[in-house]
Design a protein around this ligand. Structure first.
Ligand code: HEC
Ligand code: HEC
Length: 167
């Protein structure tokens, strides 16, 4: 059964990849980022992104994958029953694989021997993405919006005027 789902997914992925190849390269043309996200999201990851926003953006803003290591996302997907003291609905198969595909493609693995962080304040990637910001200890999924005014629309590029104007 699983094998069947996989082969369907693979076939589907191939079809999407082939489709994409026929289209002009949008990144090279400097088209604005799809959906207001940080990165351009190729067609083959769009379903994963949509499912991610639906499943992970209802209680708090959907966090962009690059702020946490791949390992963190993996654990969070695998352990919905213990989500920071909350019980999440299990994302059903094969959707969970599609979400995982998206999260994995847009995050980086941990450097060996680093501990998997579960708080943004402990994530080396979150720090790396914020060179100008002396991050307050209280940063969490609800405070992004204080500097990223459009975080609720999954837009982490637009900054509040205070940050936009500062060097
Ligand atoms: C039922 C509501 C709910 C849903 C749905 C939900 N979360 Fe959460 N999430 C929480 C709560 C509650 C916290 C902890 C808030 C706190 O203690 O700061 C949290 C915290 C987090 C954090 C840690 C942020 C930090 O540094 O404090 C991450 C990462 C996260 N969630 C990812 C996800 C992902 C990925 C999904 C989808 C699989 C998801 N969440 C879906 C309720 C939810
Ligand atoms: C105190 C203000 C502040 C808070 C809070 C904050 N950010 Fe940022 N963020 C910035 C600034 C400013 C930048 C631009 C990089 C720099 O100058 O350090 C940035 C950059 C980013 C980028 C890179 C954007 C790009 O153009 O590549 C991402 C992704 C991001 N933030 C995500 C988040 C998330 C997710 C949260 C909440 C968990 C958050 N930020 C909380 C100020 C903040």
């Amino acid at each position: 059964m699983l094998l069947m789902v996989w082969s369907i997914l693979l076939g589907w992925g191939m079809a999407l990849a082939l489709n994409a190849a026929e289209k002009p390269n949008v990144i090279a043309q400097g088209t604005p980022v799809a959906l207001g996200t940080v990165d351009y999201v190729p067609e083959r990851y769009q379903t994963g992104l949509k499912l991610y926003l639906e499943n992970c953006g209802s209680c708090h803003v959907a966090l962009p994958p690059e702020v946490m290591p791949t390992d963190t996302w993996r654990t969070l997907l695998l352990e919905p029953e213990q989500h920071y003291g909350q019980q999440l609905k299990q994302i059903s198969r094969p959707f969970i694989f599609i979400v995982w595909d998206y999260l994995r493609a847009f995050s980086r693995p941990l450097v060996q021997e680093e501990q998997t962080p579960f708080r943004l304040t402990q994530s080396p990637y979150f720090k790396a993405l914020h060179p100008r910001v002396e991050l307050p200890r209280t940063v969490n999924a609800t405070s992004c919006v204080s500097c990223h005014q459009n975080a609720r629309d999954y837009d982490y590029r637009t900054l509040t005027a205070e940050w936009e104007d500062s060097p």
